[in-house]
Design a protein around this ligand. Structure first.
Ligand code: SF4
Length: 368
């Protein structure tokens, strides 16, 4: 009886997918509330393929760097940020960071550097522009995916200028794209509970809107598995979809599972998300975000075995080699900090899909 009810619930959504119709808020909620995980995965894969997706699964060779973990904000879900007085705090100069990246490049030959930071009130815009300029000179073929919308907003507040002014300075210095962090959950209720010191979602959107108009592609995210409701997840996804309709500059969507270790929430008894919720989040994202081409199963967050399953729930990207990730490691991720290309290739192939190494902009570099 339960199975019959589930089939009835998802049937109208399947009809919409097959007819190429857009799903709405109520559909999103129905998808979030279903317990029929396998039907959900099958539906997400159907939608992915109906919109032109094939067997390719993408990954990039990338290095993760952080210039500073000093942060003024104190988000309650964050295990990365420190105050300047804390022993573990650091602020790395441009020269040190560039030397480090050049040394790493000699052994890991990455095509992208992904860099996010705390909102450090003790450095200025030139600190950020300087490292981009020096990296572009030292590693001209490496794409610089630097600074979340929250950081861009923070820089604009410190400098007393607009998001556009900051982005133009950084673009001139070598900025290639923006990562998607800082989005968390857009609903005011959740933001007040988990990140009351963070910028308003309107500012997050204005940064991405402005970046897209300047020709800077960006990524988008959602942080799930804390205090948010299903309604708030769906609302978040639909706001991203509306932005993509307007400017089309999101390269990929990455659902990020909340990791409670070393945060306030660990003391309150919050647990890691379950595999079922991770797969549901991937599938519903794929179904609702009909205009964002790629959905990533971020292996460092969910582990490679679960990321492999997620490839059958609508994901078509496993992110990358991720040399030196620190943010999820600080919050208790147990997936290691680096993955070699042959291992990623093995996992993708064993999932029955075709591994494709890409650059940041999804140009194909190599296929296995
Ligand atoms: S999530 Fe970002 S803004 Fe929030 S405390 Fe951590 S480093 Fe600071």
């Amino acid at each position: 009886m339960a199975v019959l009810q589930t089939i009835d619930t998802l049937a109208p959504i399947r009809e919409k997918i097959e007819a190429g119709e857009r799903l709405d808020f109520e559909d999103g909620l129905t998808l979030m509330e279903t317990d029929d995980l396998l039907a959900l995965g099958e539906l997400a894969d159907l939608a992915r393929r109906a919109r032109g997706g094939g067997d390719e699964v993408y990954f990039v060779q990338n290095l993760y760097l952080n210039q500073t973990n000093v942060c003024r904000v104190k988000c309650k879900f964050c295990a990365f940020a420190k105050t300047r007085k804390q022993e573990e705090s650091y602020t790395i100069s441009a020269d040190e960071l560039v030397d480090d990246a050049v040394r790493q490049h000699a052994v890991a030959s990455f095509t992208e550097i992904h860099c996010v930071n705390g909102e450090n009130p003790h450095v200025d815009l030139e600190f950020y522009a300087d490292v981009l300029r020096k990296l572009r000179a030292a590693l001209p073929d490496v794409h610089l995916k630097f600074y979340t919308a929250s950081e861009i907003h923070h820089m604009s507040m410190l400098e007393g200028c607009s998001h556009e002014d900051v982005l133009r300075v950084l673009q001139d210095a070598g900025l290639g794209s923006l990562p998607g962090g800082g989005a968390e959950i857009f609903a005011d209720r959740v933001r007040q509970l988990i990140a009351p010191g963070k910028e308003h979602p309107d500012d997050w959107f204005d940064v991405h809107d402005t970046a897209h108009k300047l020709g800077i592609p960006t990524h988008c995210t959602l942080l799930y598995g804390h205090v948010e409701t299903y309604e708030e997840r769906v609302d978040h996804l639909l706001r991203l979809r509306a932005q993509q309709d307007a400017t089309g500059g999101f390269l990929a969507f990455i659902p990020l599972a909340f990791h409670p270790e070393n945060t306030v929430f660990e003391r309150r008894g919050f647990k890691f998300t379950t595999g079922a919720d991770d797969l549901k989040m991937i599938a519903v994202s794929r179904l609702l975000l009909d205009n964002v081409e790629h959905v990533k199963a971020y292996w460092i967050m969910m582990g490679l075995p679960m990321a492999q399953v997620a490839l059958h729930f609508g994901a078509d990207d496993v992110q990358g080699t991720v040399v030196r990730e620190q943010i999820f490691q600080a919050a208790g991720a147990s997936s290691g900090t680096e993955q070699k290309v042959p291992e990623l290739v093995r996992f993708v192939r064993d999932a029955g899909r075709v591994p494709v190494q890409r650059d940041t902009l999804y140009n194909e570099l190599r296929r296995w």
